[in-house]
Design a protein around this ligand. Structure first.
Ligand SMILES: Cc1cc2nc3c(=O)[nH]c(=O)nc-3n(C[C@H](O)[C@H](O)[C@H](O)COP(=O)(O)O)c2cc1C
Length: 545
């Protein structure tokens, strides 16, 4: 799978892996949103759509199962593998032509209404193309970036694009172009396999050519082909390309939105954004138009959740570089990329808090807002295990880290200033250090004495009573040790024998077992009971005994 797949090859593989729902009846564009809403966990291929030559693929990178499949690993390992791949680069190669050159429409022939255009959410400002991989070069360095940005229909050759996040590279390129008095040449690639998109989202530094990273994900050079009207190259497996001039000189002066965002809400209402002129439209004949699902009533199963593995990879890479022993990171789907967990092995008392600081600040995505760290024994992919550790390994007054005025995306309705958020980390690890007793956190595993020995000679109550007294006189015993010793005897006899000597027994102060020993008092280590009090600092063993 790790090769530069065409979209039809990718669709065929999706179907084989049972990730695809195929709809063969012709549909109208206005029927599309509810079809997508009805199939949240699958990719949807609508073969025929009225009034357009394109078939349509959507929701084709919408859940963690798909990301793991694309990375050929278990879902717990996706981020790890991505972080690893993001560290390497392989130079790309230019090829002469590609399937996306089968149809070339330039100038007045450009017509975005050839694509399936539809209103996705009730209050959207207009129809959007979403599976948009924007490609541009930094105007000063020439370094390539690609990233996903939604884009709204304005006219048959004109669009608006959402570039309100100040840390995203396409916006930085646009600003740099405007500073020189220029617009920015941008190619929008629509349609491609998950692997390409995963590599586009993973965090790399601004001096990294994203297509060299794509090569690392393939394990071979990415093949690229030149555009027709702009000096930009695009991956040769592109299904459909919109060659554009981003009107950077006009500034963020055009209406864009509202849009049903990845938050499941309308994400900041009407925005001021850039305008694009589409200079050419090139595509594979009989092509598949890919649409990115975002928003709706189950936003946790949408294509925008590609942010989840991107965040997992960013956090894993950064934690490792900081010397934290990190095993796994999970951005749970329901957290919509604003929540992340890490499973770590703290080596020193400060590791868990350091890890939280890193998790809250390191991702290119400006997310998550809420981070939690857990010990190695917690299965962070099991929601019950996560909650249980939060419940009893986290103490608000000492295990909370807050950082104000951090980056976030511009769609969080609780932000006072758009794109600026406070962040919180919850340390749910067992604290290290002399003032903590790790025994307090030991799990209460169930008792299993195994099969009783064969050929046991049954003892009478009297025999067992005197035998048990001798056993405990020899050395203190826990109830488990006593049961193990008499395993195979009838349990009522064992319990009665114990009852017979109970008045002669007290408990030793030998945590964690607090064994039975011969004693005049229930607490063998304490001559006098405590005076009654409403304050009971430690209702277990007294440390002074
Ligand atoms: C389906 C999808 C749609 C997205 N739409 C936008 C968007 O409209 N605007 C934006 O700033 N980021 C958007 N993002 C997030 C960016 O693609 C992501 O942060 C990316 O890393 C930015 O890349 P860059 O900084 O390398 O250009 C979207 C992500 C996905 C998966």
């Amino acid at each position: 799978m790790a090769s530069q797949q065409s979209l039809p090859e990718f669709v065929a593989d999706l179907e084989k892996a049972n990730f695809l729902v195929r709809i063969s009846d012709q549909k109208r564009v206005d029927e599309i949103p509810k079809i997508l809403e009805a199939n949240p966990t699958k990719a949807v291929l609508i073969e025929k759509i009225k009034d357009t030559e394109f078939s349509m693929l959507a929701n084709a990178y919408s859940n963690q199962g798909m990301y793991a499949w694309a990375m050929e690993c278990d879902k717990t390992q996706t981020g790890l593998k991505m972080a690893e791949k993001a560290q390497h680069k392989i130079k790309w190669e230019l090829v002469d032509t590609a399937p996306c050159k089968e149809v070339i429409l330039k100038g007045p022939d450009v017509d975005l209404t050839r694509l399936p255009m539809f209103l996705h959410h009730d209050r959207d400002g207009h129809a959007y193309t979403n599976d948009n991989l924007f490609i541009s070069k930094h105007p000063d360095t020439g370094v390539y970036d690609w990233g996903v940005y939604r884009s709204m229909f304005r006219s048959k050759n004109e669009k608006s694009v959402d570039m309100t996040c100040t840390s995203h590279r396409q916006r930085i390129h646009a600003m740099a172009a405007a500073a020189k008095g220029n617009n920015l040449e941008v190619a929008i690639v629509i349609g491609g396999p998950i692997l390409d998109k995963i590599s586009a989202l993973v965090g790399v530094s601004a001096d990294t050519d994203d297509f060299e990273v794509l090569g690392s994900f393939y394990g071979a050079p990415a093949k690229m082909v030149k555009c027709e009207t702009i000096d930009v190259a695009v991956p040769a497996n592109a299904e459909l390309v919109l060659e554009c001039e981003l009107m950077a000189n006009e500034g963020l002066a055009f209406d864009e939105g509202p849009y049903g965002e990845y938050t499941g809400m309308y994400g900041g209402g009407l925005k001021h954004n850039y305008r694009l002129k589409v200079k050419a439209m090139t595509y594979r004949k009989g092509g598949i138009y890919q649409h990115g699902t975002i928003g709706g009533l189950h936003p946790w199963y949408t294509d925008n959740m590609l942010q989840l593995p991107a965040i997992e990879a960013d956090l894993l890479g950064s934690l490792k570089r900081a010397g934290i022993v990190v095993r796994e990171v999970r951005a749970p789907a329901g957290g919509l990329s604003n929540i992340a967990y890490a499973k770590i092995k703290p080596l020193g008392g400060g590791d868990s808090k350091q890890a939280l600081g890193i998790m809250l600040t390191c991702s290119k995505q400006g997310l998550p807002k809420i981070a939690m760290v857990f010990d190695e024994d917690v299965d962070i992919w099991d929601d019950q295990a996560v909650l249980a550790a939060m419940a009893f390994r986290y103490m608000p007054e000492r295990d909370t880290v807050m950082i104000n005025d951090c980056n976030t995306m511009t769609v969080d309705p609780k932000c006072v200033a758009p794109g600026v958020a406070s962040k919180i980390g919850l340390d749910c690890t067992i604290p290290l250090g002399p003032s903590w007793n790790p025994e307090e956190f030991v799990k209460s595993t169930v008792a299993d004495l195994g099969n009783p020995p064969t050929n046991i000679k049954a003892m009478t109550e009297d025999q067992l009573t005197s035998d048990m007294l001798a056993l405990i006189t020899k050395a203190p015993r826990s109830w488990r040790e006593i049961l193990a010793h008499y395993h195979g005897q009838a349990y009522p006899v064992v319990y009665k024998a114990f009852g017979n000597i109970r008045r002669k027994l007290g408990r030793t102060n030998d945590p964690p077992w607090y064994r039975y020993t011969i004693s005049d008092s229930p607490f063998a280590y304490e001559a006098h009971p405590r005076a009654p009090s409403n304050f009971d600092p430690l209702h277990v063993a007294a440390s002074s005994a």
